[in-house]
Design a protein around this ligand. Structure first.
Ligand code: C5P
Length: 231
């Protein structure tokens, strides 16, 4: 089986309080993106890694990320777009149709495990599309534009969606080609399959696989790494 991972890494770091792109923000001394690539380099069934770089940082990715760390699976570095979906689309464009599976993983999720990735790949082979999810824990309400509650949402069927999202190549390419990649609603990749009427299988995700978005997330991530080193 052949598999390629596309890593959208073109987002900004503003919510983290950094002026540099989020994927280059240091975590325990290495850019977030390096943590993520290191993991996929270790997975036997993944032959290629496509980095979607912040526009203008392609050489930085080549020299400071790929070469400096001796990564051997990076097959392409392409510039991203204004939205995550545009970035992913640029990455998908360089994936060969002959590849069996495409994994799409946020550069901002450094704690995904090999076990979860392999579970998702097996599920995608069986079902065509597989995404990780965890139950929503907090109470969720909708708010009107005057600052009052509209209603409480029944959370029993709600799921918080993670990455990597794994797809048969023909399905994800077909879904992106048919979709409106500038849509505000397209915040993950499975969205485009849903719009195209293609079933998406949910696999139980991992709480540790959270997305680093805010300063507190980064502090928690630093603590998690320190703890892992101690144990
Ligand atoms: O913005 P958000 O937190 O949803 O970003 C998730 C992932 O998508 C991050 O890895 C980020 O670098 C990437 N992204 C991108 N291009 C954008 C926006 C986000 O590659 N225009």
């Amino acid at each position: 089986m052949s598999a390629v991972v596309v890593i959208p890494a073109a987002g900004e770091g503003l919510r983290l309080g950094f002026s540099m792109p989020k994927a280059f923000v240091p975590l325990a001394g290495s850019p977030l993106l390096v943590h993520v690539i290191r993991l996929f380099e270790r997975i036997k069934h993944i032959q290629g890694i496509v980095i979607v770089s912040p526009p203008g940082y392609e050489d930085f990715c080549r020299n400071e990320i790929a070469e400096k760390n001796g990564f051997s699976k990076i097959v392409d570095i392409v510039p991203g777009g204004n939205k995550r979906s545009e970035s992913v689309n640029n990455g998908l464009n360089v994936v060969s149709d002959k590849t069996d599976l495409v994994l799409i993983h946020d550069a901002a999720r450094p704690f995904v495990t090999v076990t979860l990735i392999e579970k998702l790949m097996s599920s995608a082979v069986k079902w065509g599309a597989a995404i990780p999810a965890v139950p929503v824990i907090p109470t969720i309400k909708s708010e009107n534009n005057r600052g009052f509650v509209i209603e409480t949402v029944d959370r029993r069927n709600l799921r918080e969606i993670q990455t990597p999202q794994v797809f048969k190549t023909e399905l994800i390419k077909k879904a992106y080609a048919a979709g409106d990649i500038e849509s505000e609603a397209g915040t993950d990749d499975a969205y485009f399959l849903e719009k195209a009427g293609i079933p998406v299988r949910i696999v139980e995700g991992e709480r540790e696989n959270f997305k680093i978005t805010t300063k507190i997330d980064l502090r928690i991530a630093e603590m998690m790494i320190r703890k892992k080193k101690q144990s």
